[in-house]
Design a protein around this ligand. Structure first.
Ligand code: LLP
Length: 859
């Protein structure tokens, strides 16, 4: 039954669209033949033609199709000219049929699925005719076959009629008659991808990207020696190389891994093409037609590389989540069966599932489903009788793929910090141990892929399954993160060690970095920027920042006093007072000083009219969704004590009638340590739209929160992107002044905490390095689990040889500044440097245990 000697080579749309690619195809086919193989070529329509055929049918429905038809004719004529052949009788015949289809559609103004399939099929039929005649002209003995005589669509249970015609599947059991037919024919055979015939004799389609599947069906049917997929990238990569140039070529994969990668969103292989190859053990190779010499990806029955290595980070966009909640589902028999029966009735196929006692969440992939409004409304309506339903989307599903993926769970700690400031709607870990998937807001998808790839793939130089990166293959400079400038404290080391000669601990701030950050904030081009001095209220720091032209944001009478003490001549309109739960006198004093005042509770205006009547105020709005590096720093949403809910603003007219204050601006701050530019854009849009209802509102203050990477290796916030995104919003609201009030960004990296090692202690295998100060100076690790890089400044160039716990002298187990840190051999008296400690360091210090926190020095 087997037909040794046949190979199936599939070429995609780009591969069959130029003369140079066709020259390569001829070469490749010849080379395979020279190895004793016979070659069946399966290929797609010329690139762009399938879209043009769609457009033609649409245009015909509107009655005017001539231009669309001419574009299709012209594209084929052009390729024929490039290939040095005529358009030919067969292509002309297909074009005539296409015109007939268009004419009949134009008459009835609608297109049935069967007609659509017939129209779309002409793309492949025409392209393969051109291809066959080109190869023949090159001297190859080639026969053209109509694939509809080789592939029969199967009747599928549960599939609706539309998908039976437009996304059919075919039987692929070995077919001795077909083998015999091909054996009796020419050395080279050529046929179409994407199309097949159903039992009624009608043309059907295999769905977008279905040519890979056609090739796999044919390979299985003729028991091919191997299946080669020739496309425009030389294999599968660890991420999409177009957006992640550091993506590595995957040299070899198991069928299961390739299946997961294809299903998780990589576009190189169609997910359906793997099963037929796998079932008949046919090795599957992926190559690039443009670069045929690159080794490509080999997919087969063995796992290569180390277990637990992430092979690929993939993203799928446009996902919709359906969350079904029902307290009654706990221990209830048949709830899942009933719920999934609804999906079946609606013809929807489910991608990921996650369940708890009272809820089930599933994701729907737009590639597998027509997720139009009507379908989703129908689904929700039917599910409502069973449970509470919520649709969430659009979402991105970000998947980590590799065999034994559970083995990497412990390494995900770092990676998952990236999710700290955003919602993960669902996490699902595949039962086959091949993928872990996170569902997040759609606009988060690419950034997560980028960062997860950096952490879990790029950082692994050697793994048998990982080949060269895209950048290495194509000689471009890798667009990876620009090389980081070493932190200022590397060059300042002698000075810092000198300072520590006479001290046990100190916060040291560097002027230059503060100035640079202030210049960066000003370069954002907003109308005003205020420094949120709660991040660092050191007098010298305040003077530096005021001198750089920024205003100062204060939240307490103490901060107001400190700022006017540091800079007595500071104009009152450069100071903003944004307290939370402040006492009546605090507002009165602030108005007396003439500074801007922000109010975040309408009740105070209602109850203290004597304070607010006649005053200009800004209102702090709660946009409803908080963000930031830790729950403690997310300052929006109903559980948060900050801000006025948007809905409450409706009460303002009545309120202002009693207590006539003037609303001159709106403010929102959603949280701290945010890296997602969309956050400020969303805040700006919300405030600008609300401002339109307040005749006196001239200012919108979009808060602070600009994130600073807590590790040397992490990427910084892209300020140029932030500036561009805000500029766009501003251009739509030219009458409003835009304000920003960052704290951390200005001072975090300018400061370090230096502390002497007092003693080393070993307990079992654990090594504790004890410092002269701890959580009494820097509370962030204990309070938020925050990470600060730690180095032994006394031995900066000595390689790390041990993993230690860096602890302070406070009587609390939480007094740990760094868990599991790699340090060189360290001795009492060494100076350790705790990085990125300029923000929320000394200001949050205490003298707990009556231990004075570290003092401050500006250099
Ligand atoms: N504006 C308001 C209204 C704020 O509440 C804050 C910070 C800021 C601006 C400045 O946010 P920044 O740009 O610094 O992220 N202790 C925490 C941070 C708490 C932030 C409190 N509010 C930490 O150590 O991470």
């Amino acid at each position: 039954m087997t037909a040794p000697g046949w190979m199936v080579l599939k070429f995609g749309g780009t591969s069959v669209s130029t003369r140079s690619n066709w020259d390569n195809i001829a070469k490749i086919a010849r080379a395979r033949r020279a190895n004793g193989q016979r070659v069946l070529i399966v290929h797609s329509a010329i690139s762009g033609i399938t879209d043009r055929l769609e457009k033609l049918l649409l245009a015909a429905q509107q009655g005017e199709y001539e231009a669309a038809l001419q574009a299709i004719v012209a594209r084929h004529q052009q390729l024929a000219d490039d290939l040095g052949i005529t358009l030919g009788a067969a292509v002309e015949q297909h074009l005539r049929q296409l015109r007939e289809i268009a004419t009949s559609v134009a008459l009835v103004r609608e297109v049935s699925d069967t007609t659509r399939a017939r129209g779309m099929a002409t793309g492949e039929l025409m392209a393969t005719d051109l291809g066959a005649r080109f190869l023949a002209a090159q001297g190859l003995e080639v026969a053209w076959y109509d694939v509809r005589d080789m592939l029969a669509a199967e009747e599928r249970d549960g599939a609706n009629e539309k998908s039976s015609v437009l996304a059919a599947t075919c039987d692929f059991t070995p077919d001795s008659a077909l083998i015999a037919r091909l054996n009796a024919g020419a050395q080279f055979a050529i046929t179409q991808g994407f199309i097949a015939r159903d039992s009624g004799g009608h043309t059907v389609l295999l769905g977008r990207g279905g040519s890979d599947t056609s090739a796999a069906y044919l390979a299985a049917k003729i028991r091919a020696r191997r299946l080669e997929i020739w496309t425009d990238v030389p294999g599968l990569f660890s991420a999409n190389p177009r957006t992640t140039p550091g993506a590595r070529l995957l040299k070899s994969l198991h069928y299961d891994e390739a299946q997961e990668i294809a299903t998780a969103g990589a576009k190189v292989l169609h997910p359906r093409c793997i099963l037929p190859a796998r079932q008949y053990d046919i090795p599957l190779h992926v190559f690039s037609t443009q670069s045929p010499d690159i080794a490509g990806t080999e997919i087969g029955g063995t796992f290569a590389g180390s277990a637990g290595q992430v092979k690929a980070v993939c993203v799928k966009k446009g996902m919709t989540l359906v969350s079904m909640e029902s307290p009654g589902m706990w221990h209830q028999v048949g709830f899942l069966a009933d719920a999934f029966a609804v999906f079946k009735r609606q013809g929807l196929s489910v991608d990921q599932v996650s369940t708890s006692e009272t809820s089930v969440t599933v994701s729907l992939d737009p590639q597998a489903n027509a997720l139009d409004r009507d379908t989703l409304d129908g689904l929700v309506a039917e599910l409502h009788s069973l449970c509470r339903v919520q649709l969430i989307g659009p979402c991105a599903s970000v998947s980590l793929v590799g065999h034994n993926i559970r083995g990497i769970l412990y390494r995900l700690g770092d990676a998952l910090q990236l999710f700290a400031e955003q919602r993960i709607y669902m996490v699902s870990q595949a039962a086959n141990d091949l993928n872990i998937t996170f569902l997040v807001d759609e606009e988060q998808g690419d950034r997560l892929v980028e960062q997860l790839h950096e952490l879990l793939v790029s950082s692994v130089p050697e793994d048998a399954s990982l080949g060269p990166s895209w950048g290495e293959l194509f000689g471009h400079k890798q667009a990876a993160a620009p090389t980081k400038v070493p932190s200022w404290w590397v060059a300042a080391r002698p000075q810092l060690l000198d300072l520590m000669e006479t001290r046990n601990a100190a916060f040291v701030y560097q002027r230059q970095t503060i100035r640079e950050r202030a210049a960066q904030v000003r370069s954002l081009g907003l109308d005003r920027a205020f420094y949120a001095m709660k991040a660092n209220s050191n007098q010298d720091v305040l003077r530096e920042i005021a001198a750089a032209g920024l205003g100062i944001e204060c939240v307490s009478p103490g901060e107001l006093a400190a700022v006017f003490k540091a800079v007595p001549k500071l104009a009152a309109d450069r100071v903003l007072f944004t307290p939370n739960f402040a006492a009546r006198e605090e507002y009165r004093d602030a108005f007396a000083r003439g500074v801007w005042v922000t109010v975040d509770n309408l009740d105070v205006v209602r109850h203290w009219p004597e304070i607010f009547a006649g005053q200009d105020i800004l209102l702090r709005v709660d946009p409803g969704v908080g963000r930031g590096h830790h729950p403690h720093v997310r300052t929006a949403g109903s559980a948060s004590k900050f801000g006025i809910p948007v809905a409450e603003l409706d009460q303002l007219p009545d309120l202002l009638a009693v207590a006539p204050a003037r609303i001159i601006g709106l403010h929102a701050h959603v949280g701290s340590g945010v890296f997602d530019i969309a956050s400020w854009v969303a805040t700006a849009r919300l405030l600008a739209s609300l401002a339109a209802h307040h005749p006196h509102a001239r200012f919108i203050n979009i808060g602070g929160g600009l994130g600073v990477p807590d590790r040397e290796s992490h990427a910084a916030l892209d300020l140029a992107k932030l500036a561009a995104a805000l500029a766009e919003v501003r251009s739509q609201h030219p009458k409003l002044e835009f304000w920003l009030e960052p704290g951390r960004f200005l001072v975090a990296e300018a400061g370090v905490l230096l502390a002497k090692v007092t003693q080393i202690k070993r307990k079992g295998t654990t090594v504790f390095v004890g410092l002269a100060t701890g959580m009494n100076s820097l509370l962030r690790p204990a309070l938020y689990g925050a990470h600060h890089d730690i180095v032994n400044l006394s031995r900066l160039d000595t390689p790390a040889t041990q993993t230690v716990q860096v602890v302070g002298p406070i009587c609390e187990s939480a007094d740990v500044l760094g868990h599991d840190r790699d340090l060189p051999e360290t001795e009492a008296g060494d100076v350790l440097l705790i990085a990125t400690a300029g923000a929320y360091g000394r200001v949050m210090a205490s003298n707990y245990n009556l231990r004075e926190p570290a003092g401050e020095i500006l250099i």
